[in-house]
Ligand binder design. Structure first.
Ligand SMILES: [Zn+2]
Length: 469
């Protein structure tokens, strides 16, 4: 298989339960009961309302333009807007130094936030303050090869993460009852050398689990003393959704349609705003990790707006990952991040509610490759310098309701007219074949299930021109 050729991550077998241990085990209060409606029906309605990037957003994408000869200047106004946008508030008071925690060791979970106090609102970090005598300076002053610049402190969530250290911080969106507030763990590795800040977000949809493990394996393999730049990982952004096995927030909204958020908007707006202001604006690069939804599975792939030259260039770092053009929907984290000048893509891998080793491995490999390409780490890649494969894509829908049985597998090459699967009517015994509408590759598909007419069943990618060539 395409993605499994890299051999350098074999040392990654710390227990998976680690992250789970790091999570508060207390369950959130149920979402407000409203009007006695059947929750199952509401869930279905939501599923229809909340478009998924897998289907409608890709369909609505503007067609990919041929790469222009000269770099587009479209990104510039957005960057200027970003410059005028409110900057993250910097507290003038001295910040506490984040403790240096070896992320390879199992450490205690972040402690819950103390009751809300305006004086500490900007300091949600909850670790015990640590004296600077933790001696990272000594490490920083060790002789370095080839003159990389020493890093500075990384100021995040009210803490200063010193160069050459890693730590766990906590982000709280402030929407919960203060006394019951559950902070969301944030892993930070600040390298000993200067470089870009890469942010990794997972489980914005609370039922999408592969990203949690992709972030754990990626970050826990980093050595701050060999890192240039910093990596910030939020394995479980939507903690309430994760605890309830739900894609959505407690107010039944899709968080990934509310970025960059508003401080006075809906609950989803406020959570989005908090995450965006407190963390995302500190990132130079962002990879937002998702899976297929609604019983669909995705070949590991990037979703990227290939009409944006900066984003298109960014995708080149991801090894031999499939890259699917999608201009994205308003409110998505990646589009909001790109709008303020952050290089951002969505990484899709596998299906929701599952932990899938092969998909995780592909994700970890591509992120490791990205960090190497960005000069953040240096590793021996056994297989050289492969490039991503670019796709345009379209969905094939079921035209009949019934039970879907697929004849093709994820990743299969298909040709136009080929039968991809059947929908069987369980009562009449009618069999309705579903045909491919183009030559290409199955980059996403529904798992076998009951479907209605119109259900998006197969996502066919057709190879596209590599941007800039
Ligand atoms: Zn998702």
């Amino acid at each position: 298989m395409l993605f499994y050729r890299l051999k350098m991550l074999t040392a990654l077998t710390p227990p998976f339960c680690l992250l789970m241990l790091a999570l508060p085990s207390v369950s959130l209060a149920d979402p407000p009961k409203s009007s006695g409606q059947n929750p199952v029906i509401q869930e279905i309605l939501l599923a229809e309302l909340a478009d998924d990037e897998n289907v409608e957003d890709v369909e609505r994408s503007e067609p990919r333009r041929e790469p222009p000869d000269t770099p587009s200047v479209e990104a510039v106004p957005a960057a200027e807007e970003a410059a005028q946008a409110p900057k993250p508030k910097r507290s003038p008071k001295p910040k506490k130094v984040a403790p240096n925690i070896d992320l390879k060791e199992v450490a205690p979970a972040p402690t819950p936030e103390p009751p809300k106090d305006p004086a500490i609102q900007e300091s949600p970090g909850t670790e015990e303050p640590v004296v600077v005598a933790d001696a990272p300076e000594d490490k920083a002053s060790e002789p370095e090869v080839k003159g990389p610049q020493p890093a500075k402190n990384l100021a995040l969530l009210g803490s200063e993460v010193l160069p050459g250290t890693s730590t766990r911080l906590a982000w709280s969106s402030g929407i919960q009852i203060a006394g019951l507030s559950q902070p969301t763990p944030v892993l930070v590795v600040n390298g000993v050398n200067a470089g870009p800040t890469l942010c990794l977000t997972g489980t914005i949809h609370g039922d999408e689990l592969n990203g949690i493990e992709i972030i754990r394996q990626t970050m826990y393999d980093l050595d701050p003393e060999k890192l240039s730049g910093s990596v910030v990982g939020i394995p479980i952004v939507n903690l309430p959704g994760f605890q309830q096995g739900s894609r959505y927030l407690p107010d039944r909204r899709d968080l990934n349609r509310h970025f960059p958020g508003r401080p006075n908007g809906s609950l989803a707006d406020r959570i989005a705003y908090s995450l965006f202001e407190k963390i995302i604006r500190h990132c130079d690069m962002l990879v937002d990790i998702h899976t297929g939804s609604l019983k669909r599975t995705n070949l590991p792939q990037l979703r990227a707006d290939m009409n944006n030259p900066t984003v298109a260039e960014f995708t080149r770092g991801f090894d031999r990952m499939a890259v699917v053009h999608s201009s994205g929907s308003p409110g998505m984290l990646r589009t909001a991040a790109v709008d303020v000048g952050i290089r951002a893509v969505t990484l899709e891998a596998g299906e929701s509610h599952r932990i899938q080793e092969h998909q995780i491995k592909a994700g970890v490999n591509s992120l490791t490759s990205l960090m190497e390409k960005q000069g953040m780490i240096s590793r021996m890649f056994v297989w050289g310098d492969p490039q991503p494969v670019y796709y345009n894509s379209a969905w094939v829908r079921a035209n009949d309701g019934g039970i879907l049985f697929s004849k093709v597998k994820l990743g299969a090459k298909v040709s136009k007219g080929q039968i991809l699967g059947y929908v069987a009517d369980p009562i009449t015994n009618a069999q309705y074949p579903i045909h491919s509408n183009s030559d290409g590759r199955i980059i996403g598909m529904a798992v076998d299930q009951v479907v209605m007419a119109g259900f998006a069943a197969y996502h066919i990618g057709t190879e596209a021109k590599v941007p800039g060539e």
